[in-house]
Ligand binder design. Structure first.
Ligand SMILES: [Zn+2]
Length: 275
């Protein structure tokens, strides 16, 4: 009879519970069907590399790294985010602990635990993207996020004002950057005859954020241009921000917005109705 294997890895106790004998475990390790990345754990040959790397560092894949593995849209982290597996974690690396105690019997934290670690670990726009994506993609309960945020510092708690109004990752980033410059905006404003625009600053400066995924879609591209023409006919000023603008040319975009604001060009009411 074939003995059960975990998806990626499991503590040795899990294998024993599933009917593995010590001899069977040792044999599987000798034959390369299992490996011991750290004391008390066994990984399968098909385990995700991040899991192997995590356990090798005495960590559980957590925080933004776990959320990404669970399919959440996040800003790709520069390092692997781990929650310490041991009671006395190595001081030599950056850990993502949680405020409360959680089980340490799975190699990748479940979304709720990873979210708690992310709220404790991440800052600013990286955190806002995670919160917005969890609400948008997973319908993660806003109350749960607010509860977790209540453990965090005041600066992170202020993200509540922005949370939940972005339709895509790019919008979360722009929201955060506008607020950092104290630029007031309204997200997702409905304009008669046009539909919803991503952001409206003052009465007439419209910001539209082009998501990466929309670029390949010809119909969406043509529709965007039609919307731009309508908005301009109604007297709106349209600033279309691309993914590259956000990641590589943001200072120039910010200067352009501030120039509009200084000239008071955003206040004059356009012809279209704003609801
Ligand atoms: Zn982290």
């Amino acid at each position: 009879m074939e003995l059960p294997l975990p998806r990626h890895a499991a503590p040795r106790a899990w294998f024993i519970n599933q009917g593995w004998s010590r001899a069977a475990i040792d044999l599987a390790v000798r034959r390369g069907r299992l490996a011991r990345p750290t004391r008390g754990w066994l990984v399968t040959p098909t385990a995700d590399l991040t899991v192997v790397q995590g356990l090798g560092n005495d960590g559980i894949v957590s925080c933004v790294s776990a959320l990404e593995l669970h399919g959440l849209e996040v800003l790709r982290p520069r390092r692997l985010h781990l929650r310490p597996l041991r009671a006395a974690p190595s001081p030599g690396r950056t850990w993502c602990p949680t405020w409360r105690a959680h089980p340490k019997d799975v190699p990748i934290d479940p979304p709720e635990v990873a979210m708690e670690a992310a709220i404790r670990c991440l800052e600013g726009e990286e955190l806002l993207v995670v919160l917005d994506s969890a609400l948008r993609q997973w319908g993660f309960p806003a109350g749960d996020l607010e509860f977790l945020l209540s453990f965090a510092n005041k600066r992170k708690q202020r993200l509540r004002e922005l949370m939940g109004s972005a339709d895509a990752v790019g919008e979360s980033l722009v929201h955060h950057r506008l607020r950092a410059k104290r630029i007031r905006f309204r997200p997702q404003v409905y304009i008669d005859g046009v539909g919803r625009v991503d952001m409206l600053i003052g009465e007439r400066l419209v910001l539209e954020v082009d998501g990466r995924r929309y670029h390949s879609d010809d119909a969406a591209f043509i529709d965007d241009r039609r919307r731009d023409r309508l908005l301009q006919e109604f007297g709106y000023l349209v600033l279309r921000i691309t993914y590259t603008d956000i990641h590589r040319r943001w200072p120039a975009i910010e200067t352009q917005i501030l120039t509009f604001l200084r000239a008071d060009r955003h206040r004059r009411r356009p012809l279209g109705l704003v609801g």
